[in-house]
Design a protein around this ligand. Structure first.
Ligand code: PLP
Length: 453
Protein backbone atom coordinates (compact mmCIF):
# COMPACT_ATOMS: atom_id res chain seq x y z
CA UNK A 1 0.00 0.00 0.00
CA UNK A 2 1.47 3.35 -1.00
CA UNK A 3 -0.01 5.49 1.75
CA UNK A 4 0.45 3.31 4.84
CA UNK A 5 0.14 4.81 8.32
CA UNK A 6 2.30 2.17 9.97
CA UNK A 7 5.27 -0.04 9.16
CA UNK A 8 5.08 -3.14 11.33
CA UNK A 9 7.43 -6.08 11.80
CA UNK A 10 6.79 -9.56 13.13
CA UNK A 11 7.99 -10.86 16.52
CA UNK A 12 10.63 -12.96 14.77
CA UNK A 13 12.18 -9.75 13.41
CA UNK A 14 13.06 -8.31 16.85
CA UNK A 15 16.80 -7.51 16.72
CA UNK A 16 18.99 -10.29 18.13
CA UNK A 17 21.80 -7.91 19.23
CA UNK A 18 22.06 -4.48 20.84
CA UNK A 19 24.34 -1.89 19.19
CA UNK A 20 27.28 -0.46 21.16
CA UNK A 21 28.11 2.87 19.53
CA UNK A 22 31.48 3.19 21.30
CA UNK A 23 32.87 0.74 18.69
CA UNK A 24 32.33 3.51 16.10
CA UNK A 25 33.49 6.46 18.25
CA UNK A 26 36.31 8.58 16.74
CA UNK A 27 37.75 9.24 20.21
CA UNK A 28 37.64 6.78 23.10
CA UNK A 29 34.72 7.40 25.46
CA UNK A 30 35.61 9.55 28.50
CA UNK A 31 35.79 7.01 31.36
CA UNK A 32 34.02 7.36 34.71
CA UNK A 33 36.44 8.26 37.53
CA UNK A 34 36.62 7.34 41.20
CA UNK A 35 36.27 10.58 43.19
CA UNK A 36 39.20 9.64 45.50
CA UNK A 37 41.83 8.32 43.06
CA UNK A 38 40.55 10.11 39.91
CA UNK A 39 41.14 6.77 38.15
CA UNK A 40 38.47 4.66 36.37
CA UNK A 41 36.72 2.33 38.83
CA UNK A 42 37.28 -1.41 38.38
CA UNK A 43 34.33 -3.83 38.22
CA UNK A 44 35.05 -4.72 41.89
CA UNK A 45 34.37 -1.08 42.92
CA UNK A 46 30.92 -1.18 41.39
CA UNK A 47 30.03 -4.79 42.27
CA UNK A 48 27.99 -3.84 45.40
CA UNK A 49 25.77 -1.72 43.16
CA UNK A 50 25.43 -3.58 39.82
CA UNK A 51 25.66 -7.25 38.70
CA UNK A 52 28.72 -8.30 36.65
CA UNK A 53 26.64 -8.96 33.52
CA UNK A 54 25.71 -5.28 33.38
CA UNK A 55 29.17 -4.04 34.41
CA UNK A 56 30.68 -5.98 31.51
CA UNK A 57 28.27 -4.26 29.14
CA UNK A 58 29.05 -0.89 30.74
CA UNK A 59 32.72 -1.26 29.84
CA UNK A 60 32.41 -3.25 26.62
CA UNK A 61 33.98 -2.12 23.34
CA UNK A 62 32.19 -4.82 21.27
CA UNK A 63 29.99 -3.35 18.52
CA UNK A 64 27.21 -5.97 18.87
CA UNK A 65 26.04 -7.57 22.12
CA UNK A 66 23.69 -10.53 21.97
CA UNK A 67 20.24 -10.14 23.53
CA UNK A 68 19.49 -13.17 25.76
CA UNK A 69 16.55 -15.36 24.64
CA UNK A 70 14.63 -14.72 27.90
CA UNK A 71 14.88 -10.97 27.29
CA UNK A 72 13.68 -11.30 23.70
CA UNK A 73 10.82 -13.47 24.95
CA UNK A 74 9.72 -10.70 27.34
CA UNK A 75 10.20 -8.05 24.62
CA UNK A 76 7.75 -10.02 22.49
CA UNK A 77 4.92 -8.90 24.79
CA UNK A 78 5.04 -5.49 23.09
CA UNK A 79 7.88 -5.48 20.53
CA UNK A 80 8.45 -4.79 17.69
CA UNK A 81 6.72 -1.44 18.13
CA UNK A 82 5.23 0.24 15.06
CA UNK A 83 6.85 3.01 13.02
CA UNK A 84 4.10 5.48 12.18
CA UNK A 85 4.00 7.93 9.30
CA UNK A 86 2.29 11.02 10.80
CA UNK A 87 0.28 11.72 7.67
CA UNK A 88 -2.50 13.50 9.54
CA UNK A 89 -0.02 15.77 11.33
CA UNK A 90 1.67 16.54 7.98
CA UNK A 91 -1.74 17.50 6.61
CA UNK A 92 -2.65 19.59 9.67
CA UNK A 93 0.64 21.50 9.35
CA UNK A 94 0.31 21.67 5.56
CA UNK A 95 3.98 20.75 5.27
CA UNK A 96 5.83 18.96 2.47
CA UNK A 97 7.98 17.29 5.19
CA UNK A 98 7.54 13.56 5.78
CA UNK A 99 7.14 12.92 9.51
CA UNK A 100 7.68 9.50 11.07
CA UNK A 101 7.50 8.42 14.70
CA UNK A 102 8.49 5.26 16.51
CA UNK A 103 5.69 4.52 18.98
CA UNK A 104 7.02 3.21 22.29
CA UNK A 105 3.75 4.04 24.11
CA UNK A 106 2.46 0.52 23.27
CA UNK A 107 4.51 -1.14 26.04
CA UNK A 108 2.50 -2.13 29.16
CA UNK A 109 3.73 0.82 31.30
CA UNK A 110 3.48 3.09 28.26
CA UNK A 111 7.06 4.03 27.40
CA UNK A 112 10.47 2.85 26.17
CA UNK A 113 11.62 2.17 29.75
CA UNK A 114 10.87 -1.61 29.84
CA UNK A 115 13.49 -2.17 27.10
CA UNK A 116 16.20 -1.79 29.73
CA UNK A 117 14.12 -2.69 32.82
CA UNK A 118 13.59 -6.22 31.47
CA UNK A 119 17.27 -6.61 30.58
CA UNK A 120 18.49 -5.26 33.93
CA UNK A 121 16.17 -7.48 35.95
CA UNK A 122 17.27 -10.49 33.87
CA UNK A 123 21.01 -9.97 34.59
CA UNK A 124 20.36 -9.31 38.30
CA UNK A 125 18.21 -12.42 38.59
CA UNK A 126 20.96 -14.48 36.87
CA UNK A 127 23.33 -13.47 39.68
CA UNK A 128 20.94 -14.27 42.53
CA UNK A 129 19.87 -10.72 43.46
CA UNK A 130 16.54 -10.73 45.32
CA UNK A 131 15.53 -7.05 45.32
CA UNK A 132 16.18 -3.94 43.18
CA UNK A 133 16.11 -0.36 44.47
CA UNK A 134 15.65 2.52 42.07
CA UNK A 135 14.60 6.13 41.64
CA UNK A 136 11.84 7.42 39.40
CA UNK A 137 10.91 10.88 38.19
CA UNK A 138 7.69 10.91 36.21
CA UNK A 139 7.03 7.33 37.28
CA UNK A 140 7.51 5.76 33.84
CA UNK A 141 10.81 4.19 34.89
CA UNK A 142 9.50 3.04 38.27
CA UNK A 143 6.49 1.38 36.72
CA UNK A 144 8.64 -0.30 34.04
CA UNK A 145 11.01 -1.72 36.65
CA UNK A 146 8.09 -2.78 38.88
CA UNK A 147 6.59 -4.70 35.94
CA UNK A 148 9.92 -6.31 34.99
CA UNK A 149 10.60 -7.35 38.61
CA UNK A 150 7.14 -8.88 38.77
CA UNK A 151 7.79 -10.84 35.55
CA UNK A 152 11.05 -12.32 36.91
CA UNK A 153 9.87 -12.80 40.53
CA UNK A 154 11.99 -10.10 42.20
CA UNK A 155 11.17 -7.45 44.82
CA UNK A 156 11.29 -3.77 43.89
CA UNK A 157 11.69 -0.60 46.01
CA UNK A 158 11.13 2.75 44.34
CA UNK A 159 12.13 6.24 45.50
CA UNK A 160 9.78 8.51 43.58
CA UNK A 161 10.63 12.22 43.32
CA UNK A 162 8.17 13.87 45.71
CA UNK A 163 6.77 16.42 43.24
CA UNK A 164 5.88 13.62 40.79
CA UNK A 165 4.57 11.40 43.63
CA UNK A 166 2.05 14.17 44.26
CA UNK A 167 1.44 15.19 40.62
CA UNK A 168 1.02 11.62 39.31
CA UNK A 169 -0.77 9.47 41.93
CA UNK A 170 -1.91 6.92 39.34
CA UNK A 171 1.67 6.14 38.27
CA UNK A 172 2.22 5.23 41.92
CA UNK A 173 -0.91 3.01 41.81
CA UNK A 174 0.46 1.27 38.72
CA UNK A 175 3.70 0.46 40.55
CA UNK A 176 1.61 -1.00 43.41
CA UNK A 177 -0.36 -3.13 40.91
CA UNK A 178 2.98 -4.60 39.79
CA UNK A 179 3.92 -5.32 43.40
CA UNK A 180 6.54 -2.62 44.14
CA UNK A 181 6.86 -0.49 47.29
CA UNK A 182 7.01 3.26 46.55
CA UNK A 183 8.25 6.11 48.74
CA UNK A 184 8.18 9.88 48.10
CA UNK A 185 11.79 11.09 47.94
CA UNK A 186 13.43 12.67 49.91
CA UNK A 187 12.45 10.14 52.61
CA UNK A 188 13.61 9.64 56.18
CA UNK A 189 14.58 6.03 55.32
CA UNK A 190 18.09 6.97 54.21
CA UNK A 191 20.82 9.28 55.50
CA UNK A 192 20.98 11.13 52.18
CA UNK A 193 17.21 11.72 52.30
CA UNK A 194 17.35 12.87 55.93
CA UNK A 195 20.20 15.31 55.11
CA UNK A 196 18.12 16.95 52.38
CA UNK A 197 15.03 17.14 54.62
CA UNK A 198 17.09 18.74 57.40
CA UNK A 199 18.01 21.58 55.02
CA UNK A 200 14.65 21.82 53.27
CA UNK A 201 11.70 19.94 54.82
CA UNK A 202 9.55 20.92 51.81
CA UNK A 203 12.05 19.78 49.18
CA UNK A 204 10.21 18.81 45.94
CA UNK A 205 12.96 16.24 45.42
CA UNK A 206 15.00 15.62 42.30
CA UNK A 207 16.26 12.64 40.36
CA UNK A 208 19.73 13.27 41.83
CA UNK A 209 18.38 12.98 45.40
CA UNK A 210 16.26 9.90 44.64
CA UNK A 211 19.28 8.18 43.03
CA UNK A 212 21.31 8.76 46.22
CA UNK A 213 18.55 7.19 48.30
CA UNK A 214 18.24 4.12 46.07
CA UNK A 215 22.03 3.59 45.90
CA UNK A 216 22.28 3.91 49.69
CA UNK A 217 19.48 1.36 50.11
CA UNK A 218 21.19 -1.09 47.72
CA UNK A 219 24.67 -0.75 49.22
CA UNK A 220 23.23 -1.25 52.72
CA UNK A 221 21.54 -4.59 51.88
CA UNK A 222 23.38 -7.72 50.68
CA UNK A 223 20.45 -9.14 48.71
CA UNK A 224 19.74 -5.84 46.93
CA UNK A 225 21.26 -4.04 43.96
CA UNK A 226 20.58 -0.71 42.37
CA UNK A 227 19.00 -0.16 38.99
CA UNK A 228 19.22 3.07 36.96
CA UNK A 229 16.68 3.98 34.25
CA UNK A 230 18.95 6.15 32.10
CA UNK A 231 22.40 7.80 31.75
CA UNK A 232 24.68 4.73 31.95
CA UNK A 233 26.19 2.99 28.90
CA UNK A 234 24.38 -0.31 29.48
CA UNK A 235 21.00 1.46 29.69
CA UNK A 236 21.61 3.26 26.38
CA UNK A 237 22.80 -0.04 24.90
CA UNK A 238 19.54 -1.83 25.78
CA UNK A 239 17.50 1.00 24.31
CA UNK A 240 19.18 0.62 20.90
CA UNK A 241 16.60 -2.07 20.19
CA UNK A 242 14.35 0.93 19.39
CA UNK A 243 16.63 2.52 16.79
CA UNK A 244 17.61 -0.82 15.26
CA UNK A 245 13.96 -1.69 14.67
CA UNK A 246 13.37 1.79 13.29
CA UNK A 247 16.22 1.44 10.77
CA UNK A 248 14.77 -1.82 9.54
CA UNK A 249 11.32 -0.24 9.27
CA UNK A 250 12.76 2.67 7.28
CA UNK A 251 14.28 0.13 4.89
CA UNK A 252 10.87 -1.52 4.55
CA UNK A 253 9.29 1.90 3.90
CA UNK A 254 12.02 2.71 1.35
CA UNK A 255 13.06 5.90 3.18
CA UNK A 256 15.84 7.29 5.44
CA UNK A 257 15.63 10.29 7.80
CA UNK A 258 17.26 13.68 7.17
CA UNK A 259 16.59 14.68 10.76
CA UNK A 260 16.38 12.43 13.83
CA UNK A 261 14.81 13.91 16.98
CA UNK A 262 14.30 12.82 20.59
CA UNK A 263 13.72 14.30 24.04
CA UNK A 264 16.45 14.07 26.66
CA UNK A 265 16.16 13.45 30.39
CA UNK A 266 19.20 11.29 31.07
CA UNK A 267 19.45 10.45 27.38
CA UNK A 268 18.25 6.83 27.12
CA UNK A 269 15.32 7.10 24.71
CA UNK A 270 17.19 9.66 22.62
CA UNK A 271 20.30 7.51 22.41
CA UNK A 272 18.41 4.27 21.89
CA UNK A 273 16.56 5.77 18.96
CA UNK A 274 19.33 7.86 17.43
CA UNK A 275 22.56 5.88 17.99
CA UNK A 276 21.99 3.32 15.23
CA UNK A 277 21.52 6.31 12.88
CA UNK A 278 24.41 8.23 14.49
CA UNK A 279 26.57 5.19 13.69
CA UNK A 280 25.90 5.90 9.99
CA UNK A 281 27.01 9.51 10.54
CA UNK A 282 30.15 8.52 12.44
CA UNK A 283 31.19 5.99 9.81
CA UNK A 284 30.65 8.46 6.97
CA UNK A 285 27.62 6.72 5.40
CA UNK A 286 25.27 9.63 6.21
CA UNK A 287 27.53 12.62 6.96
CA UNK A 288 24.73 15.19 6.61
CA UNK A 289 22.26 13.56 8.99
CA UNK A 290 21.02 16.01 11.63
CA UNK A 291 20.43 14.57 15.11
CA UNK A 292 18.61 16.87 17.52
CA UNK A 293 18.31 16.44 21.31
CA UNK A 294 15.43 18.35 22.96
CA UNK A 295 15.36 19.45 26.59
CA UNK A 296 13.40 21.81 28.88
CA UNK A 297 14.53 25.43 29.41
CA UNK A 298 13.95 24.75 33.13
CA UNK A 299 16.68 22.07 33.15
CA UNK A 300 18.97 23.06 30.25
CA UNK A 301 21.86 20.66 30.72
CA UNK A 302 23.00 20.40 27.09
CA UNK A 303 22.35 24.03 26.13
CA UNK A 304 23.57 25.78 29.31
CA UNK A 305 25.47 23.21 31.36
CA UNK A 306 29.24 22.77 31.42
CA UNK A 307 30.97 19.72 29.91
CA UNK A 308 32.98 18.39 32.84
CA UNK A 309 33.18 15.67 35.47
CA UNK A 310 30.39 15.60 38.07
CA UNK A 311 28.61 13.13 40.33
CA UNK A 312 25.58 11.32 38.94
CA UNK A 313 23.65 11.83 42.17
CA UNK A 314 23.01 14.51 44.75
CA UNK A 315 24.93 13.02 47.70
CA UNK A 316 28.07 12.14 45.71
CA UNK A 317 27.86 8.31 45.98
CA UNK A 318 28.43 7.60 42.27
CA UNK A 319 31.67 7.74 40.28
CA UNK A 320 32.36 11.01 38.48
CA UNK A 321 30.89 11.09 34.98
CA UNK A 322 31.96 13.42 32.16
CA UNK A 323 28.78 15.11 31.06
CA UNK A 324 27.01 18.39 30.44
CA UNK A 325 25.93 19.24 33.96
CA UNK A 326 24.14 21.92 35.92
CA UNK A 327 25.80 20.67 39.12
CA UNK A 328 24.73 17.66 41.18
CA UNK A 329 23.17 19.85 43.89
CA UNK A 330 20.90 21.52 41.34
CA UNK A 331 17.18 20.98 42.06
CA UNK A 332 15.22 21.76 38.87
CA UNK A 333 11.91 23.66 39.03
CA UNK A 334 8.84 21.37 39.31
CA UNK A 335 7.95 21.20 35.61
CA UNK A 336 5.50 18.52 34.52
CA UNK A 337 8.05 16.70 32.37
CA UNK A 338 9.34 15.06 35.56
CA UNK A 339 11.49 12.61 33.59
CA UNK A 340 13.57 15.49 32.19
CA UNK A 341 14.49 16.95 35.59
CA UNK A 342 18.04 15.55 35.81
CA UNK A 343 21.15 17.68 36.39
CA UNK A 344 23.33 15.83 33.85
CA UNK A 345 23.07 13.55 30.82
CA UNK A 346 24.45 10.28 29.50
CA UNK A 347 28.25 10.63 28.99
CA UNK A 348 28.17 8.86 25.59
CA UNK A 349 25.56 11.28 24.30
CA UNK A 350 27.36 14.29 25.81
CA UNK A 351 30.57 13.33 24.04
CA UNK A 352 28.74 13.32 20.70
CA UNK A 353 27.18 16.71 21.49
CA UNK A 354 30.64 18.02 22.37
CA UNK A 355 32.05 16.69 19.08
CA UNK A 356 29.24 18.34 17.08
CA UNK A 357 27.63 15.07 15.96
CA UNK A 358 24.44 15.87 17.90
CA UNK A 359 22.70 19.30 18.20
CA UNK A 360 20.70 20.42 21.25
CA UNK A 361 17.70 22.73 21.71
CA UNK A 362 15.67 23.80 24.79
CA UNK A 363 11.97 24.69 25.02
CA UNK A 364 9.58 26.22 27.55
CA UNK A 365 6.65 24.16 28.90
CA UNK A 366 3.83 26.12 27.28
CA UNK A 367 4.96 25.84 23.63
CA UNK A 368 5.79 22.18 24.35
CA UNK A 369 2.21 21.47 25.48
CA UNK A 370 0.84 23.48 22.55
CA UNK A 371 2.80 21.19 20.21
CA UNK A 372 1.61 18.10 22.11
CA UNK A 373 -2.02 19.15 21.73
CA UNK A 374 -1.53 19.82 17.99
CA UNK A 375 -0.04 16.34 17.68
CA UNK A 376 -2.78 14.65 19.73
CA UNK A 377 -5.53 16.36 17.74
CA UNK A 378 -4.00 15.23 14.44
CA UNK A 379 -2.64 11.77 15.32
CA UNK A 380 -4.83 10.73 18.27
CA UNK A 381 -2.01 9.56 20.54
CA UNK A 382 -1.42 11.84 23.55
CA UNK A 383 2.34 12.17 24.15
CA UNK A 384 3.95 12.21 27.59
CA UNK A 385 5.14 15.72 28.59
CA UNK A 386 8.74 14.53 28.18
CA UNK A 387 8.13 13.28 24.65
CA UNK A 388 6.28 16.51 23.82
CA UNK A 389 9.67 18.30 23.76
CA UNK A 390 10.57 16.22 20.72
CA UNK A 391 7.16 16.89 19.18
CA UNK A 392 7.78 20.64 19.50
CA UNK A 393 11.07 20.31 17.61
CA UNK A 394 9.49 18.15 14.89
CA UNK A 395 6.67 20.63 14.32
CA UNK A 396 9.16 23.54 14.15
CA UNK A 397 11.30 21.67 11.60
CA UNK A 398 8.22 20.67 9.56
CA UNK A 399 7.08 24.30 9.49
CA UNK A 400 10.55 25.35 8.29
CA UNK A 401 10.05 22.88 5.42
CA UNK A 402 6.75 24.57 4.67
CA UNK A 403 8.62 27.90 4.34
CA UNK A 404 11.42 26.46 2.22
CA UNK A 405 9.30 24.00 0.23
CA UNK A 406 11.69 21.15 1.11
CA UNK A 407 10.35 17.66 1.62
CA UNK A 408 12.67 16.55 4.42
CA UNK A 409 12.21 13.27 6.24
CA UNK A 410 11.89 13.90 9.99
CA UNK A 411 11.83 10.98 12.44
CA UNK A 412 11.28 11.13 16.19
CA UNK A 413 11.01 8.77 19.10
CA UNK A 414 7.52 8.98 20.54
CA UNK A 415 8.87 7.69 23.83
CA UNK A 416 5.64 7.37 25.78
CA UNK A 417 1.98 8.20 26.25
CA UNK A 418 0.67 10.87 28.59
CA UNK A 419 -2.35 9.06 30.01
CA UNK A 420 -1.08 9.51 33.56
CA UNK A 421 -0.07 13.11 32.88
CA UNK A 422 -3.48 14.53 32.09
CA UNK A 423 -3.36 16.89 35.09
CA UNK A 424 -0.46 18.57 33.30
CA UNK A 425 -2.62 18.98 30.19
CA UNK A 426 -5.39 20.39 32.44
CA UNK A 427 -2.91 22.89 33.91
CA UNK A 428 -1.88 23.89 30.39
CA UNK A 429 -5.49 24.47 29.29
CA UNK A 430 -6.13 26.46 32.50
CA UNK A 431 -3.04 28.62 31.68
CA UNK A 432 -1.46 27.58 34.96
CA UNK A 433 1.86 26.36 33.56
CA UNK A 434 4.86 28.49 34.36
CA UNK A 435 7.70 28.94 31.86
CA UNK A 436 10.92 28.77 33.90
CA UNK A 437 14.12 30.29 32.52
CA UNK A 438 17.03 29.25 34.66
CA UNK A 439 19.08 32.28 35.81
CA UNK A 440 22.79 32.00 34.89
CA UNK A 441 23.67 32.86 38.52
CA UNK A 442 21.85 29.77 39.79
CA UNK A 443 23.74 27.54 37.36
CA UNK A 444 27.08 29.13 38.34
CA UNK A 445 26.24 28.57 42.03
CA UNK A 446 25.63 24.82 41.56
CA UNK A 447 28.67 24.46 39.26
CA UNK A 448 30.95 26.11 41.81
CA UNK A 449 30.61 23.01 44.04
CA UNK A 450 31.88 20.61 41.37
CA UNK A 451 35.04 18.58 41.92
CA UNK A 452 38.09 19.90 40.05
CA UNK A 453 39.67 17.30 37.75
C1 PLP B 1 8.06 9.04 28.29
C2 PLP B 1 9.43 9.45 28.67
N1 PLP B 1 10.25 9.92 27.73
C3 PLP B 1 11.50 10.32 28.04
C4 PLP B 1 11.98 10.28 29.33
C5 PLP B 1 13.35 10.78 29.62
O1 PLP B 1 14.25 9.83 29.98
P1 PLP B 1 15.42 9.38 29.03
O2 PLP B 1 16.14 10.64 28.62
O3 PLP B 1 16.25 8.46 29.79
O4 PLP B 1 14.78 8.74 27.86
C6 PLP B 1 11.17 9.77 30.35
C7 PLP B 1 11.68 9.67 31.72
O5 PLP B 1 11.00 9.37 32.65
C8 PLP B 1 9.86 9.36 30.00
O6 PLP B 1 9.04 8.89 30.94
Amino acid sequence: MADEYKTVMTESEIPTHWYNITADFKNPPAPPLRPDTKQPPGPEDLAPVFPMGLLQQEMSAERWIEIPDEVIDAYRLYRPTPLHRARRLEKALDTPAKIYYKWEGVSPPGSHKPNTAIAQVYYNKQEGVKRLATETGAGQWGSALAMACQMFGMKCTIYMVRVSYEQKPYRRSLMHVWGAEVFPSPTDRTKSGRDVLAKDPDSPGSLGIAISEAVEDAVGHDDTKYSLGSVLNHVLLHQTVVGLETKKQFEMAGDYPDIVVGCVGGGSNFAGFSFPFAGDKLTGKKPDLRIIACEPTACPTLTKGEYRYDFGDNAGFTPLLKMYTLGHSFVPPPIHAGGLRYHGDAPLMCQLVNEGVIEAVAYHQNPVFEAAVTFARAEGHVPAPETAHAVKCVIDEALKCKQSGESKVIAFNNSGHGHFDLSAYDAYFARKLEDYELPEAKIKEALAELPVI
